[in-house]
Design a protein around this ligand. Sequence first.
Ligand code: 3PG
Length: 208
Amino acid sequence: MNARDIMEISPIVPVIALEDEKDALPLAKALQKGGVNIMEITLRTPAGLKAIEIVSKELPSMNVGAGTVCNEEDLIKAKKAGAKFVFSPGISQELINASKKEEITLIPGVATASEVMLAQNNNIFYCKLFPATLSGGVEILKAFAGPFPKMNFCPTGGVNLNNLNDFLILKNVLCVGGTWFVPKDEIIINNFEEITSLCKEAINSIKV
Ligand code: 3PG
């Protein structure tokens, strides 16, 4: 799956940290019901890899990727678990080389002009902006549009219902990532109906 197709699946990309892999499937179904057919399941909890494996086996219609992939070892484990793509909070030559070797699409995180240059010098034109609001938010994305006209972003980190349109209106933004519509507390109490309605609320609030 190429990076553009991944970033066009849904305007909102859930960043998920699961404490219990048993929550992965009901969460995936709740997201689909809410109109979101992509999941970034992060490797920052021990349940992450198993959760990716469950969703990729049990619900192949869901586009499941791994998040918080920080090095080659993470990337290999994510691919073996069934991730269709990987997201990283940052960018490194090691990770880029690993994604080429393993033939799995990497969407790295960037926050500076030098990092954008590293991406595009490796033919990567789809990146996260992370952490989006702290690294300059809408203003840095507008600034990047000048020197980097081919670069496309998925701002993540600090995005919410109040500012998602400010990002999505930008030409170099294809989607936004975040946790606001997959709250940990609701997952823990298995309130998946709430997650479906938060997805719908977010999608219905998009004006662009
Ligand atoms: C993260 O990696 O935790 C994401 O950037 C999500 O950030 P958010 O909680 O601000 O949406």
